[in-house]
Design a protein around this ligand. Structure first.
Ligand code: XUL
Length: 549
């Protein structure tokens, strides 16, 4: 066995003489979350979370996003994120967790966010002084002072250009796995180059956020993994050989050339690698300053969605937030022709799809206000219990009332807002509440047919506590549903589990079953007696939906 950093940590993991921990960090839009996992006991020994708005008020962010006049422009501050990396480690050290046992570190971040640095970045990373903080040492090399995030919608011109430029050369959704998206880096970079050509010229490295942060951790320029690299519209779709799309890169270069910018975007992008590629030892900055084991390795960073998928066990994940998302493995990589879902890389050789339904728990909140008597703010849980009880029994019938519950413009399927009730009135609260639950579950299933494994579903997010909705999801998908412990930390848990997988050299499935702890009390099995009704209801819902195209 050679004496590479990887082999040294791997043999340490087997010694079992001391504790071995892995560290997962999640840089979301609003907050940073951290998990430390004990590899041998499978115990989560530390969780932490802090919000940008409260801890970095000088940046004046709202929900982590810089305030501005144009609602289409949604940016964060790369400087705030750099400061937050120091803060995550400072809090970890102050917590008393034995940081010297941390042997692997992996980061995930909100997808599509980009950070821009000049060519001094590499040298600066190699010379980070632990006596100082990261920001003063790295700030001078950040060439773009704000970073566009996934909520940005200001790039229509570039999206049109990219779509048309490669239409006859393979079409962007087939070349990159996704239609040209407003929030993806290809369009974002081109727009910025058009508006700020001098900054573009000054920039030596364009990073996806997870790769930027991983570069700091590893003290060297880090590649992006397929999880995040596939969210750029610049990647190819060869999941076994990660790389950029030559066709799209040349189209982007033609756009830049018209602006008088002759050097290729390719030179600034770095490499794309498989999920979990070992980047090397952690930078001495983190070992000296925060006491992390000097033999700890850093794994390639990834996007928050691939990280969440693993952190929830690798089965399909349905997240029931104000919007609903469905995130699962896609064995047969088929891009969406309508943009209903996005395709990203996942663990090596495998891809995943992510769907976002705009109208999720927001509609339940609206119905709760409309149809139930609210008690005091202290009794929110009781109010929700009463609301769920109003939806009625779990037994389903062919003639259940159905609705298209689009309080807001819907993204899946694309429809204007408006609640359409199929043969019943707005006034009857219980009927409306039941119809909303059933209709949402049916829609989730009908728009997840591209996923490969929906036989087990991890349900997370604020509305995961709604037992009726969980049962309906079990019934319509004919799947066991469950929630997990530490569900709010699923993304960084996914990173920590990836670390344990590398240390123990076990398959991802085995790592997931060792470390993802299902909350046993939350399990729901599909009810046999509902099977026939579900078939009818799926059919009826599909007809209702298509009747409104
Ligand atoms: C995925 C996307 C969001 C962000 C959220 O395409 O835009 O889910 O990853 O952080």
């Amino acid at each position: 066995m050679d004496d590479s950093p990887y082999n040294r940590v791997h043999s340490k993991a087997y010694e079992k003489v001391s504790r071995v921990y892995t560290l997962g960090l999640d840089f979301g839009t609003q907050s940073v979350k951290t998990v430390v996992l004990n590899v041998h006991s499978a115990e989560v020994v530390y969780t932490d979370s802090f919000e940008y708005d409260s801890f970095f008020s000088k940046y004046d962010t709202h929900g982590g996003v810089l305030t501005g006049e144009n609602p289409e422009i949604r940016h964060t501050s790369p400087f705030m994120i750099i400061e937050a990396l120091d803060m995550a480690f400072a809090r970890l050290q102050a917590s008393g967790v034995e940081v010297e046992h941390i042997m692997v570190v992996k980061i995930d971040a909100m997808q599509h966010c980009t950070v821009y640095a000049d060519s001094s970045f590499r040298e600066r990373l190699g010379a980070l002084d632990p006596k100082g903080d990261l920001l003063p040492q790295l700030q001078p090399c950040v060439t773009r002072k704000t970073s566009p995030i996934w909520e940005d919608r200001s790039t229509i011109e570039e999206v049109d250009y990219l779509t048309n430029a490669v239409e006859k050369r393979g079409a962007i959704q087939f070349l990159t796995g996704n239609r040209a998206e407003l929030r993806f880096p290809a369009a974002q970079i081109l727009k910025w180059a058009r508006q700020c050509p001098d900054e573009y010229t000054e920039t030596g490295h364009i990073f996806i956020l997870s790769a930027f942060l991983s570069s700091i951790l590893a003290g060297n320029i880090a590649p992006v993994d397929t999880g995040d690299g596939w969210g750029t519209n610049l990647n190819n779709v060869d999941i076994r050989n990660p790389g950029w799309s030559d066709v799209v890169i040349s189209a982007a270069d033609r756009y830049l050339s018209r602006l008088g910018l002759e050097s290729s975007i390719r030179d600034r992008l770095g490499e794309i690698v498989h999920y979990n590629t070992v980047l090397g030892l952690i930078s001495p900055y983190f070992t000296t300053k925060y006491g992390i084991c000097s033999e700890a390795i850093v794994l390639a960073g990834t996007g928050d969605n691939p990280a969440t998928l693993l952190g929830c066990g690798g089965h399909t994940v349905i997240s029931l937030g104000s919007s609903y998302t469905v995130n699962g493995v896609m064995e047969d990589i088929t891009p969406s022709s309508t943009g209903e879902y996005n395709v990203f890389g996942y663990i090596p050789g495998s891809a995943m799809a992510l769907t976002v339904f705009t109208n999720g728990a927001k509609v339940h909140e609206y119905f709760m206000e409309r149809y139930t008597q609210r008690r005091s703010t202290k009794e929110v849980e009781k109010d929700w219990e009463a609301y769920v009880s109003a939806a009625g029994e779990a037994m389903l019938y062919d003639n259940e009332k159905l609705m298209l519950p689009y309080l807001l413009d819907e993204s899946v399927p694309i429809r204007p807002h408006g609640i359409i009730r199929d043969g019943f009135e707005e006034r009857d609260g219980n009927t409306n509440i039941r119809a909303l639950h059933i209709s949402q579950a049916l829609s989730l299933q009908l728009h997840s047919l591209h996923l490969s494994h929906t036989d087990e579903i991890c349900v997370v997010g604020g509305a995961a506590g709604n037992r009726f909705l969980r049962q309906l999801i079990a019934d319509v998908f004919d799947a066991r549903t469950y929630t997990i412990q530490h569900a709010g930390f699923a993304a960084c848990l996914g990173c920590a589990i990836s670390g344990a997988k590398v240390l123990l050299q076990i398959p991802y499935e085995e790592a997931a079953s060792m470390y993802v702890q299902a909350d046993k009390t939350s399990q729901a099995e599909p009810l046999r007696q509902n099977r026939a009704a579900i078939r009818t209801l799926l059919h009826r819902y599909e007809e209702l939906e298509t009747s409104t195209t």
